[in-house]
Ligand binder design. Structure first.
Ligand SMILES: NC(=O)c1ccc[n+]([C@@H]2O[C@H](COP(=O)([O-])OP(=O)(O)OC[C@H]3O[C@@H](n4cnc5c(N)ncnc54)[C@H](OP(=O)(O)O)[C@@H]3O)[C@@H](O)[C@H]2O)c1
Length: 326
């Protein structure tokens, strides 16, 4: 059922199921929930599942899809959107598509070419947001390269100037990299997409970005709620049946997954939940008829252990590696 809904904490008005939009520092607006399509958790499944996932997501009101060259699924994202447009569910200009530049294409001259290749796969004339996926560069074989992300950013500005992307941003940049970029850019990044969830709240980096007008997209927003094949049973709480989360979920008549996504929204983050399951895709955007209290947000933040779901240490020798090397 579709009806007009006033978003609880602001002036945004949206159709039911559709995420409100947030204004970016370049004046464009971004839907505050994105469907994640990176399938690090499900690489054993056929990539064609992404086509259906994108279509179902649009049916459910998602207007923002997150992809990347690295995910090898831009073709399927484009197909899912084309299916939805063909069936009259949306037009291209109602959608917000994010893709990302891989680390082995960091030379300024490669940025526009790489985005054009993405657009060919997506079958689109432009994306809404183009991100540098990681601040460090690699050679084709994955070994470290030494291209400075400031050079890469010039290429990002070129791509925006050409109208191939409406907005440009970064991902996995740490606080000092954010500041160095801000001091040396013509166009400010609109977004930093980083890992944020209850076991990795990233409070210093989140407030660093937000205080500089950079919106934060939260990837892997479920953290260790879900089973991650690369981790063993020693992973930190909270899990999906954590009593603290269950209590909050019961209060609002929601699932613990929804509570964790609402936690992102109530920290003014843009969560990027990945699912290829029809019911869970619907569940993950059914977030706009409740709001956590400040105390509940603080309670969930207390799970923090700065514990990443990823092990990026294979890149730790790269210049501009953004994380603690320990
Ligand atoms: N910029 C970067 O470097 C970067 C890095 C990592 C990820 N990302 C982006 O962020 C997205 C999300 O990250 P992620 O895939 O690592 O983690 P995630 O979204 O936190 O977790 C995905 C897992 O949760 C399951 N799931 C989804 N909804 C659920 C629900 N309501 N209840 C229980 N389980 C649920 C999914 O399974 P089902 O599919 O079976 O539902 C999948 O196994 C990626 O897809 C990608 O777009 C970006």
């Amino acid at each position: 059922m579709r009806y007009i809904l006033v978003f609880l904490c602001g002036i945004n008005i949206a159709l039911a199921g559709e995420a409100p939009r947030k204004k970016l520092n370049d004046g464009n607006t971004i839907p505050v929930v994105a469907l994640g399509t990176g399938r690090g958790t499900a690489h054993d499944k056929p990539v064609d599942e992404v086509r259906d996932a994108v279509f179902w997501a649009i049916e459910d009101g998602y207007r923002h899809i997150d992809t990347a060259v690295l995910y090898n699924d831009e073709v399927q994202v484009g197909q899912g959107l084309a299916d939805a447009v063909r069936q009259g569910l949306v037009s291209r200009d109602q959608m917000f598509i994010t893709t990302k530049l891989p680390s082995d294409r960091h030379a300024r001259s490669q940025v526009v070419t790489t985005l054009r290749e993405s657009l060919n796969r997506l079958k689109m004339n432009y994306v809404d947001l183009f991100l540098i996926h990681f601040p460090f560069s690699t050679k084709n074989d994955g070994s470290p390269d030494n291209i400075d992300y400031l050079e890469t950013w010039r290429g990002m500005e070129d791509a925006r100037e050409l109208g191939l992307t409406k907005s440009i941003g970064i991902s996995n940049f740490n606080a000092s990299q954010v500041d160095r970029l801000l001091a040396n850019c013509k166009v400010k990044p609109v977004v930093n997409q980083i890992e944020v969830h209850p076991a990795m709240t990233a409070e210093p980096l989140v407030s660093h970005c937000q205080s500089r007008g950079i919106a934060v997209m939260a990837y892997s927003p479920f953290g260790f709620l879900v089973t991650r094949t690369r981790h063993n049973s020693t992973t930190p709480p909270p899990k999906i049946d954590d009593p603290v989360l269950v209590k909050i979920a019961q209060k609002y008549g929601k699932t613990t997954g929804q509570i964790v996504l609402r936690y992102s929204l109530d920290r003014d983050l843009i969560p990027v939940p990945k699912s290829t399951n029809k019911a869970r895709i619907a569940e993950n955007i059914d977030l706009f008829d409740f709001k956590l209290t400040d105390d509940e947000v603080a309670t969930i933040s207390r799970f923090n252990q700065d514990h990443s779901v990823f092990d990026f240490s294979i890149w730790k020798e790269n210049i501009h590696f953004p994380y603690n090397k320990a």
